[in-house]
Ligand binder design. Sequence first.
Ligand code: 5RP
Length: 228
Amino acid sequence: MASMDELKKMAGIKAANLIQDGMVVGLGTGSTAAYMVERLGERIKEENLNITAVSTSWSTTLQCRALHIPLKEMGEVSRLDMVIDGADEIDSQRNLIKGRGAAHLLEKIVASMTNNYIIIADSGKKVNVLGEKFAVPLEILPGAIGVVTEKVKVLGGNVVVRMGNPGKDGPVISDSGNLIADAKFGPISDAKTLAHKLDSISGIMGHGLFINMATKVILATPNGLEEF
Ligand code: 5RP
């Protein structure tokens, strides 16, 4: 049976092979996205493709630089031909929880620039109800942590600031200089309404509920790739 990493790689390769010459593409963050970026780098070299990429994190930017994938700054573009990214939870309607890699704010901005937002993941990410396994990642302006914690509590979420190695690293800080926290709600019965409520809290710069954004999911299962 294929390992989890082999499954992720299958999905990453399949998605990278969808990218066509001349495209401007958004590249997500995480271990599955990294396989897709690796394959894209190979294709650019082997097929002499003219691709420009927009990265969603320093991790992906450094990988692109190492692979000589041409990059544009996020602020230089407003439309992308395709965006490919991973996810932490995926429901049957392609709604997502993202942000275990702390990149969900930039990932959501980049995802909002396309009509072709492809999610790649192993089948362990599929859930019946969002929130079943993971908390909802938040990116919070540091000075707003107190008020955001209180307001999210009223919505039923327990906010915990994400920490690096206990006693060694401090809190996890996003690429934009904000605090990363996780809000545990448990299974979320109405993710769309919760997403709107989180959108309306001043101090939350971004949250990991991605509702009605993904246009295709490529899921790697032990029996092969499934798309929905
Ligand atoms: C980063 C993300 C990642 O895409 C998500 O955490 C999935 O990562 P992986 O492919 O490593 O499981 O949302 O912010």
